[in-house]
Design a protein around this ligand. Sequence first.
Ligand code: IVH
Length: 666
Amino acid sequence: MNPAKEIQLLKDEIDHHNYLYYALDKPEISDQEFDSLIQKLKKLEEEFPGWITPDSPTQRVGGKATSSFLPHKHSKAMLSLDNVYTEEEFLAWWNRVIKALGSDNEMEVTIEPKIDGTSLSLIYQDGLLISAATRGDGMVGEDVTMNAKTIRAIPLRLKSLNKLSGTFECRGEVYIHRSDFDWINRQAQKAGEKMFVNARNAASGSLRQKDPQITAQRKLRFCVHSHGAMDLPESHADFLETCKRYLLPVTYSTLLCQTPDQVMELYSKLAAARKTLPYEIDGIVIKINSYKKQALLGNTAKSPRWAIAFKFKAFQAETMLLGVEYSVGRTGTITPVAKVRPVECGGVTISSISLHNFDEIERLGIGLGDKILIERAGDVIPKVVRVLTPAEQRTLIPNPKFCPSCGEKIPLPSEEEVALRCPNFNCQAQLEQSILHFAGRDGMDIEGMGPAIVSQILSKKLIKGIAGLYSLKKEELLQCDLFAAKKAEKLIDHIQKSKIRPLSKLLTALGIRHVGERVAQILAKHYPSLDRLAQTQKEELTKIPEVGPIIAESIHQYFLQEKTLELIRDLKVHGVNMLEPQGSLIASPFSNKSIVITGELAHFTRSEAEKLIGTLGGRCTGTVSAKTDYLVVGNAPGSKFEKAKKLGVAILTESEFIQLSNPISQ
Ligand code: IVH
């Protein structure tokens, strides 16, 4: 057989088994047999590199780690869904829709499970996957193409006998099986990193990993549930059928109903099946099947009128309160955490439940040894619903008098506060939490700085405050048993790299009360230097529409503290950036990047493409080296293609290049 044909047959076979495994959950061959198919293909491609195509299964994990994701402007807003929780609410929605559609009382809806994951939009151009983006704020998401390519349920090319042309944009849910979620958390625990609170966060966190190699290990799944801007068939069911034909996974059952009774029957069936599924679903999604009728009903600002999520009731279980532990937050707030006899609740074992604050303990009237009813609703953290032990048999838990971390006496809370606080600014637990917040994703984004690592760094007394992070040495880290040489070097590298984060990130990282990610961005836009912000009067700050008197007062108080001034001074000494870059918020993906073009482009002459890259702030060079950021590949590419692949340079097809160069699509 000629190699081209052999390669194509192998690719088809691999795609087929991927589909059976990841879309249908019905594998027909063992993992070893699958791996040997991949190895066979790899060998053939090594022998005949000219036949490697961007849709080859060997190209799934090729991308380099990135420091940030590029913005992606959605062709059509990615909306959310309205929820109903009871049969009455569902019937009210049904009747509203019938009324809005006029005299025609006939209605057909599709029923799908509501999968608890994170949404992703995929764009296929002429059948080839060219872009994948998260939802973001619904209008602009993050470009996670390299990561999405590692998800084996996502076809790199749509399966079709005919040559496909045009744009096909489908949207769906990235999710994770419970067993894979447990595995991720076990790995994180071993490495001393932060664990995910639920499967949805694990899916979303894994999809937004900076290193596609890590995303690839996370066994993410995908399932289509909606579409972007494109030519459409008549109905949603037809659209999903098309997806199925293309080997795109769709929800495991999409069913049609004409009456509310039929919907209720399916609701009960799925609610009963819920526990037996390997992944979390938290309700059903009901959608008007006809696209014409969907258009008639239209959308509100946030959600379509033609669809509704009918949520399941939370899982409940009975257990016993074994004890209460106290955790100290970065501002000294003490949170009581109930330790309960481990109990299975909707497929998850629960042994620990936050009680939020001391008012909650009082409200529940909870005591040690009490029988309690707990509940867990999909993405929400578990909670104590009520105490089942009769009131007269309970012994209430007294409030703690001393900080569980530093032993400082806890003062009585003020009138307007329900929280108990440790008043000691030098409390170790507060510092630990402040560092975790500082290094967190929304803050300085220091990869690898998880709770176990921070706790070891502090217990070895390697640093006294946040700024100390920047003078940590490899030899010092090696004193902690969580580190081997390479890991220590990596962490130091990540710490040093965080110095160049923009002011908005630093502001979030500082953890000023009431200043979260969004407010920090707004502040940095108005005051692009930290010194200027620190000197601004309260009254001036409240002139910004999004900044009210509470936020302004909190910022004012923050910059009055001696501790703050000391921290800012120390951060400056270490060279931490205190400015917000000016100009357009949407950076060109090619700015300061080195780009090489190979092969013939269909839409540009070579010099036009070079000019475009120049306009977007990139540099075009003639040879591929380890410093090359992107190789743009046209028709009949030369040896540069091979070299780029060997060096792991990110490879862009012409459509990907067009997509990235077009500011409207970012
Ligand atoms: S349809 C325009 N169908 O739920 C409507 N969403 O709460 C687009 N989700 O953002 C969504 N399963 O991420 C749809 N079968 C399903 C779904 C589903 C899960 C997610 C989706 C959406 C969120 C809204």
